[in-house]
Design a protein around this ligand. Structure first.
Ligand code: F6R
Length: 644
């Protein structure tokens, strides 16, 4: 959703901020802006609309100078998308500028208090209220006697590595007034924030804070960065610090200091980013989504690499943090996830139940928090999340921890909040996924879930022969994906011909049902066509009434024990003149008259969903291109949904 970037150093900040904002575009936004500090004045440029048409043009006609600045891509929550509601916002004095991700829940009462104090607001946003609140506290902090009794000051952790150095710049009383003002304001705020604040009177300082919305510090040489997403700064530095909730950091060109509003000391760890700026570039592909679809042979190979134990016929992970005895002690697994990751969870349910014989339940992450379902003591919560930042999924994780359950996660983004807060987990190693519609992360989630199921099975009753069967099958997948990708032109023709209809059904059974759900979701997301997925066996209980020459059905028909029944359902559809687009395995006889048949290589049943999904990704992609939509940034959607 919204994105933040900040820079403090000696270089010109404007191009760094603009480039950083471009790298955040994929997250979804409706406006963008920057604020720079130059010769004691704050210069703000902001504009509704895409960066190229709005902010970039504005910066060309009204350039800004300065080597300290913050930038923002906004996804509207309070107040419609407009120039005035775009970030950065200024406080009453015009000396303080703020960008903010998240939602200030008690903004009404704060606004009332500020109105009573004579504040005048220019936008409809909760962020402007926060800027004014910080501004009010800043005035009190800088005028020595204005404050009265100070609340307990949070303790700082010196992240600079300069032993003995004071963790803060001083204003004569040992503290930076801007940092203290931000702390004062945040103590009053209920809600979530990723925040960056600059002040005309603090020429070398950005103050940043997080609660519930990701923020990282990028450590450079004589320059430092902040960002809500590593993509924005990876071109400049790979040394980063992931802030924790309630951290407030003060950043200058030479150092950064972190304090925590909740605990006595902040926990500061320097990590290394594992990807390059080029990984998040489109390269020769027309869209990020296509690039990411084509990366799948490699991402699947990366996810498997180093994790197979051929002798033990099992999979091994460095980060599960559970002994064999503990793995054997798991009585039940609840998988919580959202959206596409929830579809992967449904496949995971089949795999873990079949291979490990552990009962599994799949929950929408947001429902898990509110259902208060009874959980046996030895239930493990497994969360699946590409971004590792999805607010609903994070809330489910925290709820399970609160209830005393062990939590595991399968996550793509290294160092993300879910990765850091779960007790153990598996990284997908899919590399940055930029297109809003998830593709390679989905198939990597399926892959990692299969590896986990294999591991859990082998510490229980799964035979070595079954373990070896799966290990051999894993080795075949990358080449089999390449074979599916070679069918692209045929899939494109199908997309152009049929997927422009206003509605489509996707059907599948058992492992193939989540594949159908995922295919329908992909088509909806980027082509804006109505698509619905059903269990094939459910058709005759209702949806068959809608089958007609105008409603194509995409049928996922693996060559498995349900083949005859699935073929029977296809005949029922064909008898009602419903156009059939069948994704199936070699040798399967589909009814005469099927509009198109895409054959994908057969693997083992546990891994077939990975291969069956790929034609559906291409189908959605080409439907979207044919309809002239913005494939990578579909309307109304954000890459990472960081608000509940
Ligand atoms: C769809 C899509 C979303 C995400 C969902 C959860 O293509 O990407 O449905 O899957 O918002 O996101 P993560 O996996 O980051 O938790």
């Amino acid at each position: 959703m919204c994105g933040i970037i900040g820079f403090v150093g000696k270089k010109s900040a404007s191009p760094i901020l603009l480039e950083g904002l471009r790298r955040l575009e994929y997250r979804g936004y409706d406006s963008a802006g920057v604020a720079l500090l130059h010769e004691g004045s704050l210069l703000v440029r902001k504009k509704k609309g895409k960066i190229n048409d709005g902010l970039a043009r504005l910066l060309k006609s009204e350039p800004v100078k300065g080597s300290l600045g913050i930038g923002h891509t906004r996804w509207a929550t309070h107040g419609a998308p407009s120039d005035k509601n775009s970030h950065p916002h200024l406080d009453q004095s015009g000396k303080i500028s703020v960008v903010h991700n998240g939602v200030i829940e008690n903004y009404d009462s704060i606004k009332q208090k500020l109105l009573n104090n004579g504040h005048v607001f220019k936008s409809d946003t909760d962020t402007e209220i926060l800027a004014h609140l910080i501004g009010e506290y800043y005035e009190k902090r800088r005028t020595k006697n204005g404050w009265g009794e100070h609340p307990r000051e949070p303790k700082a952790s010196d992240g600079s590595g300069l032993s003995g150095a004071s963790p803060h710049q001083t204003n004569g009383n040992g503290e930076n007034p801007l940092t203290l003002a931000v702390c004062d304001a945040l103590r009053e705020v209920i809600g979530t924030y990723g925040l960056a604040v600059i002040c005309a009177e603090q020429p070398n300082t950005i103050v940043t804070a997080r609660r519930g919305s990701p923020l990282i510090i990028g450590i450079g040489n004589g320059e430092n960065f902040i960002a809500s997403d590593a993509n924005a700064i990876v071109a400049h530095t790979k040394k980063v610090v992931y802030l924790n909730d309630y951290d407030v950091a003060t950043i200058t060109p030479e150092r950064f200091d972190v304090l925590n509003l909740g605990t006595d000391t902040a926990n500061v760890q320097i990590s290394k980013l594992e990807f390059d700026a080029e990984d998040a570039q489109r390269g020769k592909h027309a869209h990020f989504m296509l690039k990411e679809i084509y990366e799948q042979p490699q991402t699947i190979a990366n996810a498997v690499r180093g994790r197979l134990d051929f002798e033990g016929a099992t999979a091994r992970f460095g980060g599960l943090n559970m002994s064999i005895a503990e793995l054997r002690g798991i009585e039940r697994i609840v998988i919580a996830a959202s959206g596409t990751s929830w579809h992967a969870a449904l496949v995971g349910e089949y795999l873990i139940e079949e291979l490990a014989q552990i009962p599994v339940e799949v929950e929408f992450a947001h429902e898990f928090c509110y259902r208060h379902a009874p959980l046996e003591r030895d239930t493990v919560l497994l969360v699946l999340s590409q971004s590792g930042e999805t607010a609903d999924t994070l809330a489910a994780l925290r709820e399970a921890k609160r209830r005393g359950h062990r939590t595991l996660a399968i996550v793509n983004v290294v160092g993300s909040t879910i990765a850091r807060e779960s007790d153990g987990g598996i990284y997908m190693h899919a590399g940055p996924e930029v297109a809003v519609a998830s593709t390679k992360a989905f198939t990597c989630t399926l892959l990692c879930t299969a590896l986990l199921a294999l591991n859990l099975g082998r510490v229980r009753d799964l035979s070595a022969a079954d373990g070896k069967r799966l290990i051999a099958a894993l080795g075949r997948i990358p080449d089999q994906i390449r074979q599916v990708l070679a069918e692209r032109e045929r899939i494109r023709q199908v997309a152009v011909k049929y997927m422009q209809r206003s509605s489509a059904f996707f059907i599948g059974r058992t492992h193939a049902y989540p594949v159908a759900l995922e295919g329908a979701q992909k088509l909806k997301e980027i082509s804006y066509r109505h698509a619905e997925a059903y269990q094939t066996s459910e058709l005759k209980h209702g949806p068959l009434a809608l089958i007609s020459p105008d409603v194509p059905t995409v049928a996922i028909v693996p060559n498995d024990e349900l083949l005859d029944r699935n073929i029977g359902a296809l005949h029922e559809i064909a008898a009602r003149s419903g156009p059939l687009y069948v994704v199936t395995h070699p040798g399967v006889q589909v009814p005469d008259g099927a509009a198109a048949v895409i054959v994908v290589p057969k693997n083992e049943p546990e891994l077939d969903p990975i291969l069956l999904t790929i034609p559906l990704q291409l189908l959605a992609y080409h439907a979207s291109v044919a309809l002239g939509h913005d494939v990578d940034k579909p309307r109304n959607l954000a890459k990472s949904v960081t608000v509940e």
